[in-house]
Write a protein that binds this ligand. Structure first.
Ligand code: TYM
Length: 336
């Protein structure tokens, strides 16, 4: 059975970028493949503490897991939910992989460069975070890891570490699929990067200060609609999908396709030749509002108890699988 795995940090309420870029693709793939694949959904809470956490981490973790259920995740015996810090093998494999990875390749990670930029002194966790991420993936022999485009470099790093390790110690790790194969598996042409609404050259991020730049999953549908209506566009007066020259308009077309579950090409064709940006914004605002209303309604019906129950069986499964793989690695290093 192949394994599909993903994680989203629970540092705050999530954004529409997290939802459309990672959470929804994971839920769709899980529902499609969970009859004949293992589906692992976890909260990388050790990754959360590399930076400030908004609010209460425990509450954020439970809410993040509820998001998957609210987005329609169907549970069966192959779907596993767990918290990274409740499976100690992640931290231990991270240490061992630290001794496989080089300073050079880790220093090249764009996320590290971005997250450490402007900081007088940056914590070592920010530097080491892709290695812990590689451990998260390799412990479970995951082949497919639905992620937004900003994380692709970490998949390539994980593949390199797994191949280097296997060359030296034998075929212990499953090498995850290449990013090109990952994108294909998600049924897309390119990785997803939902843009900042005010500054569409950048990705939508929870850490951007300007409120109107991002839609949060707890925004009221009305507030979200207003943010879409005030999104930055351009002065071409032509609705066309081109992320380089018209990133604002292209972002709206991309959001529209994802929230209505329509192929991007169909949305692009529907709007081709149109010139009124206001009409497109109105339609996207309406559809995002409808999506948020339904999502928030689903969310309000999920209890903490439901999540804790899933965590109990999920963490039992995760510890069994992870410890078995860790033991193989420990033996390879003559630690056992
Ligand atoms: P994190 O928590 O920063 O982001 C979670 C997921 O959301 C996606 N994402 C976006 N996708 C499209 N457009 C955006 N604007 C956007 N913003 C965020 C991210 O690409 C990601 O998929 N290191 C990871 C968490 C992690 C992980 C793992 C994931 C730790 N271990 C193992 C998979 C497997 C992170 O910090 O993601």
């Amino acid at each position: 059975m192949k394994t599909i795995l993903t994680g989203i940090r629970a540092n705050s309420v999530l954004t529409l970028g997290n939802y459309l870029g990672a959470l929804l693709p994971m839920v769709r793939l899980a529902n499609e493949h969970s009859k004949d694949s293992q589906v692992n959904i976890f909260v990388p809470d050790l990754h959360s503490i590399i930076s400030d956490v908004d609010g209460d981490l425990q509450e954020n973790i439970i809410r993040s897991l509820k998001y998957y259920l609210a987005a329609g995740l169907e549970i069966n015996e192959n779907v596993h939910i767990y918290r990274q810090s409740h499976v100690p093998a992640h931290s231990e494999l991270c240490w061992i992989l630290n001794c496989v990875a080089t300073m050079g390749e880790t220093s090249r990670m764009i996320q590290y460069k971005e997250k450490s930029k402007g900081q007088e002194s940056c914590n070592v966790g920010i530097f080491d975070y892709p290695i812990l991420m590689a451990a998260d993936i390799l412990l479970y022999s995951a082949e497919f890891i639905p992620l937004g485009e900003d994380q692709f470099q970490h998949i390539e790093l994980t593949r390199n570490l797994a191949m280097r390790f296997n060359n030296k110690y034998g075929e212990i790790f499953t090498v995850p699929a290449s990013t090109a194969e990952q994108v294909k598996f998600m049924g897309m042409e390119n990785g997803l990067r939902i843009r900042d609404l005010l500054n569409p050259e950048k990705k939508m991020s929870k850490s951007t200060a300007a409120e109107n730049s991002k839609i949060m999953l707890d925004d009221t549908p009305e507030k979200a609609a207003k943010k879409i209506m005030s999104a930055t566009t351009d002065s071409f007066d032509k609705i066309k999908f081109d992320m380089w020259t018209q990133p604002g308009i292209s972002n709206l077309l991309q959001i529209e396709a994802l929230v209505t579950d329509a192929p991007l090409q169909d949305v692009i064709s529907t709007w081709a030749g149109e010139t009124h940006y206001g009409d497109l914004k109105k339609k996207v605002a309406e559809d995002v509002s409808v999506m948020l209303e339904e999502f928030q309604n689903n969310l309000s019906k999920i209890s903490d108890e439901e999540v804790y129950k899933l965590l109990e069986s999920g963490e039992k499964y995760a510890n069994e699988v992870a410890n078995a793989k860790l033991f193989e690695v420990q033996k390879a290093f003559n630690l056992r």
